[in-house]
Design a protein around this ligand. Structure first.
Ligand code: LLP
Length: 423
């Protein structure tokens, strides 16, 4: 359930008219509903009531500090994958003891920053990373808390680009080889073994891959115990999918129930790293129609709606062929037309939707690109020198700009013309 609804044919976010926000903020912009964010966080987190757990929100999915601070207030932690995300999470007031650090390419500087900040766990993804972390922490005279991200070789049955749990993917350490690293780590001065972690992919619409993974993890934890290694944390990653079109992902409660049942009795704190399931349907992107045009001459007429948001603002359709529902902000009683909704970027791959049935629109109309809260703004770029749009949050009848629209000046910030180019 979300709080984007029509009232008298006008799209509202909670109690604020989307048209009103567009008038004041301009387009394109991302719009998040605080009530929806809170509700989704609560629904997910409360599914795990009764067992020790931490819901570490995956910062990469929506990293605005206002959003992070909201989840922090609701008791959430953060799953981060870079020094930049750590900075954001700390700025947002998230307790470092609820921050876990994943990712295959942590630099020395990033490891040091994580240690200095006192984060809960490093999810180590390779032997070399283990040695680097041991060295960095050793030099600092401390022990870094470690989990190994194991790769369980489970098929998440999702898009190839966001499937991470197969042996052929770059992530984690093959579960069959991980024991050796645990044994090595147990002897090291600079690390302390704390947990096991994994993340098998994103936008999963089935529960079974999660359960299969958890079974493999449990068997692995048993092997660890047999080898005298005990752990405090079991991190199952993120990945629960959402409905963009007609997908039928498990309800977060159903997912939680299955995990709790499978986990029964294991004396560990469960860590979860949800992103999309919390923010995906709590945000939309709003864009304005610039032009409509029809290209004839091919095999058939092609109708285009050119909007002021492109693949730089929302890259998912171009990158993954992802579907986002698109609807007029103001409903009109007009005929529908099959159109491509495209952006201003100079690439044929710049589209938000292809062959989409849409009520006929005209210049100046606003369109809402739905389900854009996850991997929307965070994947935006300034390609074609387009300043990134604003981010706005609504709460009840109020709204606030939580990230100002970039300016052309900000586009060239840090650039300079060196002396040797001056003639
Ligand atoms: N934990 C780790 C280690 C991850 O790599 C990810 C996502 C998550 C948690 C959160 O997964 P979620 O709950 O959001 O599925 N850009 C793609 C999605 C990439 C996901 C990357 N990792 C998209 O737009 O679909």
């Amino acid at each position: 359930m979300n709080h984007f609804e029509y009232k008298d044919g006008e799209l509202f976010c909670e109690e604020v008219s989307v048209t009103q926000i567009a008038k004041e903020v301009g387009t394109p912009f991302y719009l998040y509903s605080k009530a929806t964010l809170s509700r989704h966080f609560h629904v997910f987190d409360s599914g795990f009531e009764g067992i020790d757990h931490i819901t570490c929100f995956a910062v990469k999915s929506c990293s605005n500090i206002a959003v992070l601070s909201l989840f922090g207030d609701l008791g959430g932690g953060a799953d981060i994958v870079s020094g930049g995300e750590l900075f954001r999470a700390l700025k947002a007031g998230i307790d470092p003891r609820r921050i876990i650090y994943s990712g295959v390419g942590k630099t020395e500087k990033e490891l040091r920053y994580g240690i200095q900040s006192g984060i809960l766990l490093f999810n180590v993804e390779s032997e070399q990373e283990l040695h680097r972390l041991n060295k960095v922490a050793g030099d600092m005279g401390v022990k870094a808390p470690v989990a190994f991200r194991v790769n369980p070789d489970v098929d998440a049955k999702t898009h190839a680009y966001i499937s991470t749990g197969l042996a052929k993917n770059k992530f984690g350490i093959p579960i069959n080889e991980a024991l050796d690293l645990y044994l090595q780590a147990a002897e090291m001065e600079g690390v302390e073994v704390k947990g096991v972690s994994c993340h098998i992919g994103s936008q999963l619409t089935l529960i079974s891959p999660f359960v299969e993974t958890l079974r493999k993890l449990k068997a692995f934890v048993e092997r660890l115990t047999d080898n005298g290694i005990s752990i405090d944390y079991l991190d199952l990653g993120g990945g629960v999918g959402i409905t963009y079109d007609d997908e039928e992902p498990p309800h977060p409660k159903e997912y939680a129930k299955a995990i709790k049942e499978e986990l029964a009795g294991l004396p560990v704190t469960l860590i979860l790293e949800p992103g999309r399931v919390i923010v995906g349907n709590a945000g939309i992107m709003v864009t304005e129609v610039q032009y409509t045009k029809t290209n004839r001459g091919g095999e058939q007429e092609k109708h285009f709606v050119v909007v002021d948001a492109g693949m730089n603002d929302l890259t998912r359709p171009s990158l993954y062929g992802a579907f986002h529902a698109i609807q007029p902000v103001k409903k009109k009683n007009v005929a529908t037309q099959v159109v491509d909704i495209v952006g201003p970027i100079c690439e044929t791959g710049d589209f938000l939707a292809k062959d989409r049935k849409l009520p006929k629109v005209e210049q100046g109309d606003l369109l809402a690109v739905m389900s854009a809260g996850a991997y929307g703004f965070t994947m935006a770029s300034t390609y074609n020198s387009r300043p990134r749009g604003a981010e706005v949050m609504v709460s009840g009848d109020q709204f606030a700009v939580i990230r100002a629209r970039e300016t052309v000046e900000s586009l060239i910030q840090g650039e300079s013309i060196p002396g040797f180019l001056e003639s």
